[in-house]
Design a protein around this ligand. Structure first.
Ligand code: ADP
Length: 544
């Protein structure tokens, strides 16, 4: 017998274990979903377990073979949660389609992935109508959320589940077999597919749950605002099932006016979403002091774009803790979190907020480095470089695309396209995406730093800063600002505010006060659209 044979049992890391745990250990736990008519659907993990297994069996009876794609076009609710596991334990590959993309982009993505089955919300059929002729779905299964019979020759999800007997054995899946896929939003070029494995998602969940990562436990009540089509809802559905977390799904109602009563009535302890959601909620909380009795110590995991320090401070005043996470569709997505580390135990309050507004240190099993030209940037908190990342839940390639220098380093690290510095304790601070950097007179200006500072002005609701071509300096920053209702400030006020934080040449020369800032399909500020909008900007009147 060799040493390899005398170690531990060689069992594959498999998501079917999470489903079984959820059903067998946490059957009494509740899952709440807000329906399109705003009523609440309630059932338990026992129901979820039974139905996810029925779905797996029904898909198998309908011809699903290991590796087949099961696409979803769905909001966040119980049936999407069932599909997250049902499609996967049947050996299929869950492919979450982003319902906020243009119909032709959804068609391209579904076609490129080779989607065979589609599970779609009835309320999204009008969207499906706009692209279904361009995709070869073999079978379309409709979830009857609004209680009306399913028509149009599609399968009714509830009837489909009835084709199963309840007697189902999971196929044996290798831990490296694909379980899910998700496409990047493709703000530059065509969207690219990322394929996750059972192993990557099991490991991601184990580490994500750690107290020093996002800290999720079976005592939590979780409301995922992040859509289940955005980077696996940041992986939280798998982690929640592993732990038996009470789920509160918001359905299609994602406005803070709808979220706040749900956070209150279901006693939510943990939520997650992009900063724009919480910026809007900040205003509503400020306008209605004491109106909602939220669970004390409510935690929000916020990421997808940089989280302004002012937002973290404002929520702290409402006893709501914001934890910033950084990652990408390519990184499952969690790679770093912004917890003040033990080695900085002596930080004062201001310094702690500073750390929280950084993107933080890598979670276990992930390595991060910054690269400047051919060299690794020193960890001095100052030198910036492109972030490269490495780990068992970081993609090693894009689906159907040859591995290229553009996306991966020679030694196999993912090139993220994010520019950041790393300090002596390994805390990362993103200053930009490469494509958003402002290059002024040979120097780089961080649009993220400017935005955060502008959003720290008490009259400002939101701000985005973009580069505008400039005849003398190559590029100069322009700030696009949305003020809080009823506020009026001038360009000069904002400049004075910025002068406290930045040297003069970094302060934007131009300001535009607008009603709203365009958003991406995942709710981030859409800088490509802003750059187009301001492409004819004239600097004539501005001091050069
Ligand atoms: P996309 O934004 O292209 O739709 P992703 O949701 O995968 O796709 O976004 C990944 C990108 O989001 C990262 O490369 C980074 O630029 C940005 N990002 C994510 N989290 C943060 C964060 N906490 N701070 C700053 N940027 C972030």
């Amino acid at each position: 017998m060799n040493d390899m044979q005398t170690t531990m049992m060689q069992l594959p890391l498999n998501l079917s274990h999470f489903l079984d745990r959820a059903g067998k250990l946490f059957g009494a736990q509740e899952i709440v979903s807000r329906m399109p008519d705003k009523s609440l659907h309630r059932y338990t993990y026992a129901d979820f377990y039974r139905r996810a297994r029925l779905l797996a069996e029904a898909l198998t009876r309908a011809g699903l073979k290991p590796g087949d794609r099961v696409a979803t076009l769905m909001w966040n609710h119980y049936a999407h949660y069932e599909t997250y596991f049902g499609a996967i334990v049947a050996g299929g590959v869950l492919h979450t389609l982003n319902l906020r993309l243009a119909p032709e982009d959804i068609a391209y993505i579904a076609d490129h992935a080779g989607d065979r089955f589609l599970i779609v919300d009835d309320v999204l059929l009008p969207l499906l109508d706009q692209f279904k002729d361009k995709v070869n779905f073999e079978r379309i299964i409709v979830v009857p959320l609004n209680g009306e019979p399913v028509t149009g020759g599609y399968d009714d999800y509830e009837e489909f589940l009835k084709t199963a007997s309840g007697d189902f054995e999971y196929p044996q899946m290798d831990e490296n077999a694909p379980c899910a896929m998700c496409y990047t939003s493709g703000t530059t070029g065509r969207p690219k597919g990322v394929v996750y494995s059972h192993r990557s998602q099991v490991l991601h969940s184990l580490v994500q749950a750690m107290p020093d990562a996002i800290g999720m436990s079976g005592h939590d009540v979780l409301l995922p605002v992040v859509p289940m089509f955005h980077a696996n809802a940041w992986g939280v559905p798998y982690t929640a099932a592993m732990l038996g977390v009470k789920m509160v799904f918001p359905g299609p109602h994602l406005h803070p006016d709808d979220l706040l009563p749900l956070l209150e009535s279901e006693r939510v302890t943990l939520s997650c979403g992009v900063p724009t959601i919480w910026l809007a909620m900040r205003q509503i909380l400020a306008d209605n002091p004491g109106k909602w009795d939220l669970q004390p110590g409510l935690r929000l995991t916020v990421g997808g774009s940089a989280v302004p320090e002012a937002l973290i401070r404002d929520f702290a005043q409402h006893d709501i803790e914001i934890l910033q996470g950084w990652g990408m569709t390519e990184t499952s997505p969690l790679a770093t979190v912004s917890r003040p580390v033990a080695l900085r135990g002596d930080l004062d309050e201001d310094e702690r907020f500073k750390v929280r507004s950084m993107q933080g240190y890598p979670i276990p099993l992930v390595d991060v480095r910054a690269f400047n030209d051919e060299e690794e940037a020193p960890w001095d908190g100052n030198t910036v470089g492109e972030i490269q990342v490495h780990g068992p839940w970081i993609t090693g390639s894009y689906y159907g695309v040859p591995v290229s220098e553009e996306n991966f380093s020679d030694d196999g690290w993912l090139r993220t396209g994010d520019v950041a510095s790393i300090d002596g304790l390994g805390l990362m601070k993103i200053s930009d995406r490469t494509k958003d950097i402002i290059k002024s007179g040979g120097e780089w200006i961080s649009s993220v730093d400017l935005e955060n500072a502008i959003m720290g002005h008490p009259a400002v609701q939101e701000a985005a800063v973009i580069a505008i071509p400039h005849p003398k300096w190559a590029e100069r920053p322009l700030a696009v600002i949305v003020l809080k209702p009823g506020e009026s400030v001038t360009e000069a006020d904002i400049k004075t505010h910025l002068a406290k934080h930045f040297v003069k040449w970094m302060v934007p020369d131009a300001y535009d006060f607008v009603e709203s800032i365009p958003r991406t399909s995942t709710g981030k500020f859409l800088k490509t659209a802003l750059r187009e909008q301001y492409q004819d900007w004239k600097w004539d009147d501005v001091a050069a």
